[in-house]
Ligand binder design. Structure first.
Ligand SMILES: [Zn+2]
Length: 269
C-alpha cells in the first residue's frame, strides 16, 4: 500500500484494503450456476485496527441477511449454499450469535406474508456492521473519510411495537421520495446497490443500501460541524406522546412504547 493513504474509518495510515460490503455477501460463481456476482466489488483502504477481527463480523452479517424474507432468489440461493455451509461448519454457533434471543421479530413482505425468523437479531452488532459499510461507501463515493455522527436504521425489521413499525415505514416512505431521482450504484445489483442523497437544509445526507433485492438499510450522516437539527415531531415522539407525521397526504400515527422496555431502532435515526 502506498504511503499517505488514510484509513476509511480514521486518520491512521492504511495498511491493507477491505471490501464494502463484505465480499462473502456476494455469491461465488460455483454456487450460482456460473453467474458472476462479484464484478467490480468495492474496496477501501484500511488501517491495522479497522481491518483486524473483521472477518467474524463479515460472516455474522452474511448469516443475518442472506436467505431471510425479502430476499430475491439469488439471496436464497446464497443462503442454501455458502451460508448453510458456514452454519454447518460451526455447528450452529453462528446462528446463536446472530440471533440473541427468542423474541418475535418478523419480516413483512409487500403481499402481507409474514415469517417469524429465528429470534431477535443482534441489533447492536448489526448496526455496527452497517455503520462500517456506510463509512466505507462514504469514503469510496465521496472520496473522504466521514467525520461526524452516523445513524443506522434497519428498514427490514419489524417489531412487536406497532408505533415503531409505523415510524420505520414513515422514514422509508420519506426516503423513497428523497431518493426518487438519485442514481443507483453497484455492479451486482441483484446482490447490492446504494444511493447517496444530497444534503438537506441541515446539512444531513443519507445513504440507502439495498441487499438481495429487498433488504433496505438507511444511514444518515450528520457532519461534525453541523448542529443537531431540532425536529418537533421526533422530540414529541421520543417523549412518548402520540405524534402524527404526514407525508403526501398519508398519516403516520406514532406512539412510542415505554422507552425502558426495549432499545428502539428509531432512536438511531
Ligand atoms: Zn482505521
Amino acid at each position: 500500500m502506498k504511503k499517505n493513504i488514510k484509513c476509511y474509518m480514521c486518520d491512521s495510515d492504511a495498511v491493507s484494503s477491505e471490501h464494502v460490503p463484505p465480499k462473502c455477501l456476494f455469491p461465488e460463481s460455483k454456487d450460482v450456476e456460473g453467474e458472476n456476482y462479484r464484478k467490480h466489488l468495492i474496496t477501501v483502504p484500511s488501517c491495522e485496527i479497522h481491518n483486524s477481527a473483521k472477518s467474524k463480523d463479515d460472516e455474522f452479517l452474511m448469516i443475518s441477511l442472506a436467505g431471510i424474507i425479502g430476499n430475491n432468489s439469488i439471496g436464497y440461493l446464497h443462503k442454501f449454499t455458502k451460508v448453510n455451509r458456514a452454519i454447518r461448519r460451526t455447528a450452529n454457533r453462528l446462528l446463536d450469535k446472530a440471533f440473541t434471543s427468542r423474541k418475535h421479530y418478523y419480516l413483512k413482505r409487500d403481499n402481507g406474508f409474514l415469517e417469524v425468523i429465528w429470534g431477535t437479531p443482534d441489533h447492536e452488532r448489526l448496526i455496527s456492521c452497517f455503520e462500517h459499510i456506510a463509512y466505507g461507501l462514504h469514503y469510496y463515493h465521496l472520496g473522504k473519510c466521514f467525520k461526524g455522527k452516523v445513524n443506522v436504521l434497519l428498514g427490514y425489521l419489524h417489531s412487536e411495537d406497532e408505533g415503531n413499525n409505523t415510524f420505520v415505514q414513515y422514514i422509508k416512505d420519506r426516503a423513497a421520495i428523497d431518493l426518487k431521482d438519485i442514481p443507483e450504484y453497484g455492479e451486482n445489483r441483484d446482490i447490492f446497490y446504494y444511493q447517496f442523497s444530497d444534503p438537506d437544509d441541515n446539512g444531513i445526507y443519507m445513504v440507502h443500501m439495498r441487499f438481495y433485492g429487498g433488504i433496505d438499510i438507511y444511514a444518515s450522516f450528520l457532519p461534525e460541524d453541523k448542529p443537531k437539527p431540532f425536529d418537533l415531531g421526533i422530540e414529541l415522539m421520543n417523549a412518548g406522546i402520540e405524534t402524527v407525521f404526514v407525508l403526501d397526504g398519508k398519516e403516520y400515527r406514532v406512539k412510542k412504547a415505554n422507552k425502558s422496555e426495549e432499545k428502539n431502532e428509531s432512536e438511531n435515526l
